[in-house]
Write a new protein. Sequence first.
Length: 150
Amino acid sequence: MKRLALLSILFLLVSCVTHQKGEDGKPGQPGKSAMANNYEILTQSGYGGHETAFNEVITSQERLDELYRELNIESVPTVDFSDNNVVALFMGQKSSGGYSISIDNVKIENKTAFVKVKTTKPREGETVTMALTQPYCIATITKTDKVTFE
């Protein structure tokens, strides 16, 4: 009987272990930096963003710290703002899950970064969580004089 209980506990512990996979698919590895594409995602989630939709360009560590506090995110990355800007994309409040916002690509021309925003929504008939969501994405981009969102 003790063996059965121990095996059950062991099974539960093993089944709870998860591995974060990076871009290159190796567990626990962050993968290759997306900065080769002029951007790198710092954080993104379907929950905890702002109720209204907007995009923001952040040019200082102080403002980034403040934004992370607003979003109740404890671990704030240190960004080299001499070489980078940060963009924050907020989709606004949605009535269900299945929504997301991210960066499709960033093109730099004539000291202007053109950030192509990618949004997704649930397909018709798709099963989604019935909870209010506020998708957002925060990423570093190569520093430019101007940022345009597309």
